[in-house]
Design a protein around this ligand. Sequence first.
Ligand SMILES: Cc1cc2nc3c(=O)[nH]c(=O)nc-3n(C[C@H](O)[C@H](O)[C@H](O)COP(=O)(O)OP(=O)(O)OC[C@H]3O[C@@H](n4cnc5c(N)ncnc54)[C@H](O)[C@@H]3O)c2cc1C
Length: 363
Amino acid sequence: MDRTDVDVLVVGSGPAGSTTARYAAMGGASVMFIERRPEVGVPVRCGEFMPSLEEVKFMFPNYRDEDDLFDIPQDLRCLETHGIKLVDPKGKVTLLEHEGYTTDRDRFDQYLAKQAVEEGAVLERNCLFKGIEGGVAKTSQGDVRYKVIVGADGPGSRVARSLGLPKNRNPYPAVTAQVKGDFEPYLYMFFGDVAPGAYSWIIPKDGRANIGVGFSPKFSDGNLSEYFDRFAEKRGFKVDMKLEGKYVPSEGPIARTVSGNGMVVGDAAGQVISVNGGGIPLAMIAGRICGKVAAANITSSSPLSDYETQWRHVLEKPLKTAAFNKKLADTFAFRSERSTVMCMNILGQRRMGNLIRCKRIFP
Ligand SMILES: Cc1cc2nc3c(=O)[nH]c(=O)nc-3n(C[C@H](O)[C@H](O)[C@H](O)COP(=O)(O)OP(=O)(O)OC[C@H]3O[C@@H](n4cnc5c(N)ncnc54)[C@H](O)[C@@H]3O)c2cc1C
């Protein structure tokens, strides 16, 4: 690829990028999506949990399940899970019923990318987006001339920066690895000094589990991999692989996601649930909207601002509630282990259930 002309250029082949590319191609646009890594979805930097469609609809009541967006094939569902066990610093466990499943994120992302390719989108791997000059995208494989550009390039989005859009503020780092073993079909989230300002987790898969730690730099003074090692040792896990990690947006959506002929989607737009770091279903929901709007812009000149209006209608209120709840947790719960125990006791099972599902915790 030395120089290419496309209607829609999508940067990133995660859930947001592939979904955007798929729907833009379905809508009749010529689409290229580019990925800096040699292989889509590799390495895995994720807890790999997907809430059930019912949970998604409960969290986002304005979401309309109009097609096969969440019809994920059975072989990508490693284990059906039935709840989340929240563990306070003293070891007290609160069970929240919460249906979902775990997946292999590499195969999951590859499946979404394949769907986009089947609709006619062209995937370029090993292709790094560098910036925009004179309305042309500069990439490691040459220039791409586009009518619409979409940044689906994760939390530190270079596309957002190039478009003059706001960046995610205070993202927190999280690391993950896989361990072997048999696990019950419940997620575990551990709070307290084990993961200051966030949590550590055990997310069960089939004969394996995804374990990880996230923390907020403002509540901790150490190194994240040391926290991870302490967590793994305490739980008796033998980890024989390299830790993988990245940043998680923690303050909800950015203020603007459209600029000129560009849009940002997924983590790049801060479309992540602040209280638990979940972002895969949101990236897909917003990606579908983004792809459709991009195609409509090409085929009938409708404005890209439709994207901003439509995704905010579905996602914004619950995401803002989650961001507000995260601020409450930062202020009251995460100051010390004692305050974490106290707040979890005060909240109790029902309110913690609301917290995890982007609902208000106090009337
Ligand atoms: C440790 C961890 C655990 C998580 N666990 C869960 C979970 O269990 N469930 C859940 O729902 N969410 C989880 N999340 C969040 C979830 O992973 C993200 O919200 C989701 O991946 C967002 O999808 P995306 O497509 O926006 O971004 P990404 O998946 O980050 O994809 C962005 C893509 O863009 C590519 N890219 C970046 N820059 C460029 C560039 N300049 N040029 C070309 N390509 C580029 C990247 O290589 C990447 O492939 C977790 C996050 C972390 C860090």
